[in-house]
Ligand binder design. Structure first.
Ligand SMILES: Nc1ncnc2c1ncn2[C@@H]1O[C@H](COP(=O)(O)OP(=O)(O)OP(=O)(O)O)[C@@H](O)[C@H]1O
Length: 697
């Protein structure tokens, strides 16, 4: 194909379909550049890639077949016209990603040849006169997110439909019959209404006599339960389960029961023993609240000030690096006693300690991190006060709009508290995954393989639970995070990191060493009150070893996990993993589609990209954003560069900041362009993938 052949096909289509002279701009003598001035036509790489002609009164019973010659097409939308006749063989449009033919007068069967458009994401044939059965060939469209066949005259059942990635499905108002298969039962009743012969959830149950007619549900192990983006060989995973799989599931269930019991033991045992210690009069400061769910930080027995012994036996003073801001905008300091009286709520328990939100008597809010005790010799350990104080002085000088400021610290032999500005809008982890903190998960099927290493009590923070395959391990009810917001967060985090890396060199901190963050990850990227991303926990990796939950961000050259370690190259690697997390929506400690459990997000992404399935890695949620494919691919390349296995191949942070900003600038420019173009030729109902279909694969 060439642009000339595309123009010839378009001209034939105009002749066959343009009854209302809507396409007068399609005139080579008046408008010699079709890509620039023909209505609804968009090109990329010298080919017509997008044709959007909606509500134009286009008609004709054979006009569609002329468009089958546009073999560079990615998007075809002819909604709300008057096209008639049957749907022709569109299989030459092998790169088509969106096909919208809704609200026309098309008749005849849904052609099996549509099953050859294996790159399709969205297929909408609703509101036509299509008849016959849904062809099983549609099951080949294993990337399909939308399938709309509603308001036609289709017959037969839908029990054979097997499209694991469907997000939008509608067959209402047809003449279909039979039982709704369980993988489709998650769609609302409205998706099936108006088919007198369909039964079973979410519609009323099939009654006994109908049950005879209903084909039995063959889906024991639902392919719909696979995590989104799972690699599925085209013909595998469909139909009945093998015996081995049944055995594996039964074994897995048993294993889960054992594991849950063990976890309950791990969870309750320390609490019971804490309670026993409390009963024996021991002081536990900042322990879980005795006052119910809200939690109150309090020194047992009326504040740490009241009495010797216990945790604050060797008391020091709060050392302020900068005043904190109180609720009325003024600045203030406080003593330890006041902090211990503050009401508080546990924010989370990390590798370096436990974080609390503390509200002082006058309403001033701060975040307090109680450092985990570490071995003597490690800076946070008992023997290195001087080093600790020096380190705090260095960190206290870090001031940047993308870094969480350290305000004060408290040092005693067995108690170290760090006071930070409180960030009210959560962490990147929480907004991306919909949970407050990460949980490494185990796959039921791979349990037996991993049980010896993962079996409980590995570390008390490591609360393993089965991976939630249905939701891709995301918490319920979260608001999707759109692409522009992801880019803004990536840019903020990279700028914060660049500041930290350059701070040492500029001697802002007085440190002779290059500074590194040491624990860049999504729970350490917090959002301040204006929504800007800020890096938290800067420099703590020098003090305490990271938690097992940081494992997925740790560069391959890092020493074993229990040793404190920080390097600038390691930070760039970790930022690369964060970028991959933003692109894929996957936490690098959750189950991956290839069955891996912990970490290795870069390796997984690389393997998928190598096989030219790039689009498979992206977060499905991003499919709603329009025209971002090129930006996503550019970010993916940058992320993989940062997460290169060899440290010398990773870019410097300054380059990373520049590249992210270029991608952002590009996106802003093209969204301006797109919105002006949409006024004349937009695809309605926001199809997810548009504009030249730069999603590769
Ligand atoms: N300054 C802060 N303001 C608001 N929330 C915070 C602040 N610092 C930490 N948090 C929250 O507290 C939670 C626990 O933080 P913490 O740093 O203890 O653990 P982590 O980040 O999961 O692991 P690590 O200790 O390895 O960094 C984080 O998920 C974060 O959301």
């Amino acid at each position: 194909g060439s642009l000339e052949s595309d123009v010839a096909a378009l001209s034939d289509f105009r002749l066959a379909a343009d009854r209302t002279s809507a396409l007068t701009s399609w005139n080579l003598s008046a408008n010699p550049s079709p890509c620039a001035s023909w209505r609804g036509v968009t090109c990329a790489g010298g080919r017509v890639t997008r044709l959007v002609l909606e509500d134009l009164g286009l008609a004709g019973s054979d006009s569609l077949s002329t468009l089958a010659r546009l073999d560079g097409l990615r998007v075809l939308s002819l909604k709300r016209n008057a096209l008639s006749g049957s749907i022709p063989d569109l299989s030459p449009l092998a790169g088509l990603k969106l096909l919208f033919l809704a609200h026309n007068a098309l008749s005849g069967p849904v052609p099996p040849s549509l099953g050859k458009l294996y790159r399709l994401y969205r297929l909408d044939l609703s509101f036509n006169n299509l008849s016959g059965e849904v062809p099983p060939e549609l099951n080949r469209l294993d990337r399909l997110l939308t399938l709309r066949l509603d308001s036609n005259r289709l017959t037969g059942g839908i029990d054979a439909l097997n499209l694991p990635r469907l997000q939008e499905f509608n067959v209402s108002h047809n003449s279909m019959s039979g039982k709704i298969p369980s993988p489709l039962a998650t769609f609302p009743a409205a998706a099936f209404d108006g088919n007198p012969g369909l039964c079973g959830a979410p519609l009323p149950p099939c009654n006994a006599s109908e049950a005879g007619r209903c084909p039995p549900s063959t889906v024991v192990s639902s392919p719909y339960a696979k995590p989104a983006g799972a690699e599925t060989p085209p013909e595998s995973g469909k139909g009945k389960m093998s015996r081995a799989a049944v055995v594996a599931i039964v074994a897995g269930d048993f294993a889960v029961v054992v594991l849950v019991a063990a976890l309950l033991f791990c969870y309750f045992y320390p609490r019971l023993s804490n309670r026993r210690r409390l009963q024996q009069g021991e002081k536990i400061v900042y322990s879980s609240s005795p006052y119910g769910a809200a939690g109150v930080v309090a020194a047992a027995g009326g504040g740490a000030a009241g009495g010797g012994g216990g945790t604050f036996e060797h008391r020091g003073k709060m050392v302020f690096l900068e005043d904190v801001t109180n609720s009325s905008g003024g600045s203030r300091r406080f003593e330890l006693e006041e902090l211990l009286r503050a009401s508080a709520e546990m924010l989370g328990k990390g590798g370096s300690g436990t974080a609390y939100k503390a509200v002082l008597d006058d309403g001033t809010v701060v975040a307090v991190k109680r450092l985990r005790e570490t071995a003597p010799g490690v800076v946070g350990g008992a023997s290195s006060r001087k080093e600790f104080e020096h380190h705090m002085a260095v960190l206290g000088r870090l001031r940047h709009p993308n870094v969480v400021p350290l305000k004060a610290y408290y040092y005693a032999r067995d108690e170290k508290l760090l006071v930070y500005e409180y960030m009210p809008n959560g962490s990147l982890f929480s907004i991306l995954h919909g949970k407050s903190s990460p949980q490494l998960c185990f796959s039921v099927n791979s349990f037996t393989q991993h049980s010896s290493t993962l079996f409980p009590c590995v570390a008390d923070e490591l609360e393993l639970e089965p991976c939630d395959k249905q939701t891709g391990n995301r918490g319920p009810g979260r608001t999707p995070l759109e692409w522009a917001a992801r880019l803004r967060i990536a840019s903020g985090a990279a700028r914060g990191l660049a500041y930290i890396h350059h701070a040492g060199r500029r001697r802002t901190t007085g440190s002779p060493h290059k500074l590194a963050h040491g624990n860049v990850k999504s729970t350490n990227i917090l959002l301040d009150k204006s929504g800007a991303a800020r890096l938290a926990d800067c420099g703590l990796a020098h003090l305490v070893p990271p938690s097992p939950r940081s494992a997925g961000y740790r560069a391959p050259e890092a020493p074993p996990p229990h040793r404190p370690w920080a390097s600038q190259k390691g930070d760039v690697y970790a930022l690369g993993v964060v970028l991959l997390e933003l692109l894929t929506g996957r936490f690098p400690g959750s189950e991956l589609p290839n069955g891996g459990v912990v970490a290795e997000l870069p390796r997984w992404v690389q393997s998928v990209v190598r096989e030219e399935w790039t689009s498979e890695v992206f977060d499905l949620e991003l499919m709603k954003d329009r025209g971002i494919e090129e930006e996503m691919v550019a970010m993916l390349q940058l992320a993989l560069g940062c997460a290169a296995a060899a440290p010398e191949q990773r870019p410097k942070i300054g380059y990373v900041v520049k590249m992210i900003d270029e991608v952002r600038a590009c996106g802003e420019a093209s969204s301006r362009e797109e919105s002006s173009m949409d006024e004349s030729s937009g695809v309605s109902d926001s199809p997810a993938v548009s504009e030249g279909g730069a999603i590769s694969g």
